[in-house]
Design a protein around this ligand. Structure first.
Ligand SMILES: Nc1ncnc2c1ncn2[C@@H]1O[C@H](COP(=O)(O)OP(=O)(O)OP(=O)(O)O)[C@@H](O)[C@H]1O
Ligand SMILES: [Mg+2]
Length: 307
């Protein structure tokens, strides 16, 4: 299908997932967040999600951005009567399972639409407005191993909903001085949500997108970010274990081209540098879950031994 725009035929494969195939587990929920626009959030969500799916993880990606760019990576064209993530927030008659659409083997997504922009204002009048996503997504969560949330470029109520349900935050960014300043503001928001709404919330780390490793400014900023996180090791703050993930995702034109063909990088150019970077990055992010899983397994084993 390389180079082909989505057709009616390949859209037929995007049927709604059946909750009857539900696994009984709690998925890892990752919010990809940066209030700065155009830094690589959606590209990272689509391609890390696709990489997780190829690794065998049942993966759901949720488009929380009214720009609705995420769906384009899966060849999904918005249709007027189709329910979207907006209904999750505003329409109690529509269940989350009605929104989940199949994209690839092991990969599902919930589309967005431009009217999601209205939700920010409408939610201001709703009680518990920060917890709506957590409540409405709960019935489908056990069907997945991992859920990725593509946040809009703001720290508004949609982003706060993402932070309220997330286990961890991944911050796509560029290695630029201003990005570093923005990171501090973002971490402040994470801390507020962690204290008020979601004690388990952690910052996993920063993904360097469109990276140019030869730039001396870039090198200096990466060094500063490394130093920044190192300073907080052992603190009680949600970013105490955060890191600047390696590899950085190199600037690669194939990553920009893939969505215009309705494809992830693994469909469009599986052997390019962008595919290699996102594949390794997904493995790195997943490898950081192991200590926690081991601890949980250990806790179960200790519980069994003492019972
Ligand atoms: N590594 C890369 N190499 C080349 N182009 C890239 C790379 N990563 C992202 N892009 C391009 O940069 C632009 C912005 O990326 P993307 O849409 O992922 O950012 P975003 O943070 O989601 O933006 P927004 O804040 O508007 O939602 C897109 O055109 C995308 O194709
Ligand atoms: Mg985006």
């Amino acid at each position: 299908m390389k180079g082909a725009r989505p057709t009616k035929d390949n859209l037929v494969t995007q049927q709604i997932v059946s909750p009857s195939v539900a696994k009984q587990n709690a998925p890892r929920v990752i919010a990809l967040l940066n209030q700065k626009g155009g830094v690589g959030k959606t590209t990272s969500t689509a391609n890390i999600g696709a990489a997780f799916a190829v690794m065998g993880l049942r993966t759901l990606v949720v488009d929380l951005d009214p720009q609705s760019n995420l769906s384009l990576h899966f060849g999904h064209e918005p249709q007027p009567d189709q329910p979207t993530v907006r209904d999750l927030f505003m329409n109690p008659d529509i269940a989350a399972a009605d929104l989940v659409r199949a994209a690839r083997p092991n990969l599902w997504f919930i589309p967005s639409d431009t009217e999601l922009a209205l939700v920010e204002g409408e939610l201001a009048l709703v009680a518990n407005m920060q917890q709506i996503l957590a409540e409405r997504l709960a019935p489908v969560m056990p069907s997945f191993d991992v859920i990725l949330l593509d946040c809009p470029p703001s720290l508004g109520v949609l982003t706060v909903n993402a932070l309220t349900i997330a286990d961890e935050v991944v911050v796509p960014t560029q290695a630029q001085y201003l990005a570093l300043r923005g990171l501090e503001k973002l971490l402040e928001t994470v801390l507020l949500v962690q204290r008020a709404l979601n004690p388990k919330l952690k910052v996993a780390g920063v993904v360097l997108c469109m990276h140019e490793s030869q730039s001396s400014h870039g090198k200096a900023v990466v060094e500063e970010m490394d130093g920044y996180f190192a300073k907080y090791r052992g603190s009680e703050l949600p970013w105490q274990d955060a890191e600047v993930f390696r590899p950085a995702v190199r600037r690669n034109i194939k990553l920009a081209e893939a969505p215009s063909f309705g494809q992830t990088i693994f469909d469009y150019a599986p052997n390019c540098a962008g595919a290699a970077d996102y594949r390794t990055l997904a493995e790195t992010i997943r490898s950081r879950w192991k200590p926690q899983q081991l601890q949980e397994n250990l806790a179960v084993a200790v519980g069994l031994a003492s019972s």
